[in-house]
Design a protein around this ligand. Structure first.
Ligand SMILES: [Fe+2]
Length: 214
């Protein structure tokens, strides 16, 4: 039987500092935009897709420019993650992949179709949209491209200030592109770990791909 995909949503609007959306937008405008090569092992893009355009604000910049987000990841959001998971969870010790921003603008960027290596992911939606930018999760763990994901899926529409938690290890997922050239989508993505799936299980290949680790 296929495992049922589920997620937990917290509305954290009232817990976030005044002007947080504007802060995030300013930082996101300076994201590192380019065509990222597909992620080894975890990618679930069609074989002919080698690069996916999008923007990323690296963890060090998030920490420096959005300190409230970095602190929430290790504080309030961590507590919520534990509540959503029903067990003790941990934030990443390695600051390079604790909390980052993913950014899409225009109609060609999207978030690569992939599975997660970490057992719990938090996504804070930072923008609202009239359409597009939905986060789409396959029910079929064997879906190997976007078309297969779309055949049978759960769709989560971004809503600014909503923080969701999910286990994306067995449900390939991606973010649809936007439907307006002028639109910008920003999400904060957070990695969490559990006792049975600790940070030490993170694939070394992933760190080599992202950070050039030896
Ligand atoms: Fe993911």
């Amino acid at each position: 039987m296929r495992s049922q995909f589920h997620w937990t949503t917290f509305d954290v609007n009232e817990r976030l500092p005044a002007g947080w959306q504007q802060d995030v937008r300013e930082v996101a405008a300076n994201a590192d935009f380019h065509e990222y090569p597909r992620t080894p092992t975890l990618s679930r893009e069609a074989t002919d897709v080698q690069r996916i355009p999008r923007g990323r604000v690296h963890a060090a910049h998030v920490r420096a420019r959005l300190p409230w987000l970095y602190q929430a990841y290790r504080g309030e959001f961590l507590e919520m993650a534990g509540e959503a998971r029903g067990e003790r969870v941990a934030a990443a010790k390695d600051d390079r992949y604790g909390v980052v921003l993913n950014v899409q603008h225009g109609m060609t960027m999207r978030w690569e179709c992939h599975i997660d290596s970490n057992p719990l992911t938090g996504v804070l939606f930072c923008t609202d949209h009239l359409g597009g930018g939905e986060l789409v999760f396959a029910h079929n763990p064997d879906a190997t491209d976007i078309a297969a994901v779309e055949q049978d899926c759960s769709v989560i529409s971004p809503q600014a200030g909503h923080l969701i938690f999910f286990d994306g290890r067995r449900h390939p997922h991606y973010a649809r592109s936007l439907v307006a050239e002028s639109d910008v989508r920003v999400v904060a993505v957070m990695n969490f770990y559990t006792e049975s799936c600790p940070e030490s299980t993170r694939p070394a290949e992933l760190n080599r791909h992202l950070y050039g680790d030896d």
